[in-house]
Ligand binder design. Structure first.
Ligand code: FES
Length: 257
């Protein structure tokens, strides 16, 4: 049996790096008189709080707003969120350190490439894809490439999130294109963005995004996808009522008496 690699504390995952000082008194809810909060950020957080019966439900969008304001969830940002929401900094900090997309260290890069290496993507070559994208971004401090757990877009596996835009199915050859598009400042892999995929409803997104050009026949995707289907044939119309139980005259089906 193959030995599972473990950290010195015995677990397969790294765990927490910083020890907690249990003797220190917990930080109280910040005093609004001594905690200045930018007015725009305060208004945004209050707007989120107004949406939920329990104000704590607004903590994640509030942290995202603070991250946009400060560039990361700095101690100052945490205090400001805690102050507006009337929570302890410890409560807010626990959320910020739990969620991967909230940065608790200063960002030194502008672009995030999250490559999903979970099961669906992994079975379709995500590990090779991840290695290729990492190699392509080597030495570029502006691009941060990391592995990610399932990003919820298994239907376009193997996929990645590039600055929040989902692209897939990807091939290793797309690695260079991702980097070129990021450096050029244009949309990243427009023909592979999930946002631009034609969907069954022809009105859904075709107004913003015209149908992409067909992929070159030589691509791995074209070979695996088979011939392109020219268009969906219309299906039979949905029945307006159940023939076995026709509605009573003057009554609409599906309504309660
Ligand atoms: S496994 Fe990759 S998006 Fe789900």
């Amino acid at each position: 049996m193959t030995a599972v690699p473990r950290f010195t504390h015995g677990s397969r995952v790294p765990g927490w790096d910083d020890a907690v000082d249990l003797d220190r008194p917990p930080a109280p809810v910040p005093d609004p008189a001594t905690t200045p909060v930018p007015p725009g950020l305060r208004a945004e957080i209050e707007g989120y709080m107004a949406k939920y019966p329990d104000r704590r439900s607004a903590a994640l969008p509030a942290l995202r707003a603070a991250q946009r304001e400060h560039g990361w969830c700095s101690p100052e940002a945490i205090d400001q969120v805690a102050c507006v929401m009337r929570l302890t900094p410890g409560y807010v900090d626990a959320l910020a350190t739990f969620y991967d997309m909230l940065e608790t260290e200063p960002r030194r890069h502008h672009h995030d490439v999250y490559v999903c290496t979970n099961i669906s993507c992994s079975l379709l070559g995500a590990d090779e894809l991840y290695a290729t994208i990492r190699a392509a971004a080597e030495g570029d401090d502006d691009v941060h490439v990391r592995e990610f757990e399932c990003l919820g877009a298994c239907d376009i596996a193997p996929m990645a999130s590039v600055d929040g835009t989902y692209v897939g199915p990807l091939e290793p050859a797309d690695a260079e294109r991702i980097l070129e598009d990021l450096r050029g400042g244009g949309p990243v892999l427009p023909d592979k963005q999930i946002l631009r995929r034609p969907v069954a409803d022809p009105e859904a997104n075709s107004r913003q995004y015209p149908r992409p050009e067909p992929r070159p026949e030589s691509s791995e995707y074209a070979r695996s996808a088979g011939p392109e289907i020219p268009g969906d044939a219309p299906g039979p119309p949905a029945p307006l009522h159940d023939e076995r139980h026709p509605p009573e005259p003057g009554k609409r089906q599906g309504t309660t008496p």
